[in-house]
Design a protein around this ligand. Structure first.
Ligand code: COA
Length: 167
């Protein structure tokens, strides 16, 4: 049986080992890591999928912000990584983790959500799209079509030009 638990219940090294399996050990150079450099994950929006006491999936969310040229900062929550152990991918665990996080975000998120991900997955199932992010910039290379966002819990999205970085 698969249980969804707060990620804070899981030993941090087990989470790192799973992320290495899903993304490779060179993952630290990714733009997503620069966006959230130095901040801690949001405990209420970060979950683990555990099957028979073994970690098989994780989702983490991070406090970030959109900063416009005039200095205006709009808080955002960055979603991801979502990671499922390779041998059990395509079994619904990624969708279950995202659904659990969105359920918590609907009442608990302090700002709208953004992420770097495949619109074919995060748009199709979870309502993320790149429609509002066209003027946003990131501190590293990215594909514009994969810079996604979604309003949640009454929090809208900034549409002006701005850089996304740690909050
Ligand atoms: C992406 C990931 C989280 C999805 O989780 P999962 O448990 O494997 O997928 P699920 O079983 O929840 O969803 C499966 C459905 O999503 C589709 N899907 C999965 N990954 C997809 C992708 N990258 N693009 C488009 N569709 C995708 C599958 O085709 C399947 O659709 P179907 O039900 O119509 O057959 C997982 O495969 C993973 O960890 N991949 C490696 C790390 C990664 O790329 N993470 C995302 C970036 S943050």
């Amino acid at each position: 049986m698969v249980e969804l638990l707060p990620l804070s219940n899981i030993e941090p090294q087990a989470v790192e080992d799973l992320l290495d399996l899903a993304f490779g050990t060179d993952r630290f150079g990714r733009t997503a890591y620069r966006i959230r450099a130095g901040v801690d994950a949001v405990p209420a929006l970060s979950f683990a999928a555990v099957e028979d006491d073994v970690l098989i999936g994780t989702i983490q969310c991070w406090p970030v912000a959109h900063r416009a040229a005039d200095g205006t900062a709009t808080p955002l929550v960055m979603v991801g990584p979502v990671a499922v152990r390779p041998d059990v991918q395509r079994g619904g665990h990624g969708r279950a983790l995202m659904a659990r996080m969105l359920d918590a975000a609907e009442t608990g998120a302090d700002s709208a959500l953004m992420m770097i991900g495949d619109p074919e997955y995060y748009g199709r199932f979870f309502g993320f799209d790149a429609g509002m992010t066209g003027a946003w910039d990131l501190p590293g290379p990215f594909e514009r079509r994969r810079l996604l966002a979604r309003a949640v819990n009454g929090h809208g999205l900034p549409t002006s030009a701005g850089m996304i970085g740690p909050r």
